[in-house]
Ligand binder design. Structure first.
Ligand SMILES: [Zn+2]
Length: 117
């Protein structure tokens, strides 16, 4: 695999930023709603927790793509915080060449592309 050029790096960075923003913007309020729903027993909060879980799944689907994984990993949102932690520790893949990396890697050793933080 040839090294990525500067233009390619910028494109990957922009993509990472967009996926991260979407992931946090949808997933974080989802996690909050889900948590609130679990702490109270009324129909409204129950519905809130269902909506929250759905939002968390969508947020994690973006987070999975951010880390170079398939969007279907978003269903780990059904396991709430635990799912988020699992998704973090299974490591990431390069968005450019799809090489696998540990969860601490910041740059692809194969092509030099930036990785999710
Ligand atoms: Zn790479």
């Amino acid at each position: 695999m040839e090294k990525i050029d500067e233009e390619g790096k910028l494109a990957i960075r922009a993509k990472l930023k967009r996926l991260n923003t979407l992931s946090l913007g949808i997933g974080a309020p989802g996690l909050l709603l889900q948590g609130m729903g679990a702490s109270r027993s009324s129909l409204l909060f129950f519905l809130g927790s269902i909506v929250g879980t759905a939002m968390l799944i969508v947020g994690l689907a973006y987070y999975a793509q951010y880390r170079g994984r398939h969007w279907a990993f978003g269903f780990l949102g059904l396991a709430s915080c635990l799912g988020t932690i699992i998704l973090y520790f299974i490591g990431k893949k390069c968005l450019h060449c799809h090489a696998s990396h540990g969860f601490r890697a910041s740059t692809c050793t194969n092509c030099g592309a930036p990785l999710a933080s």
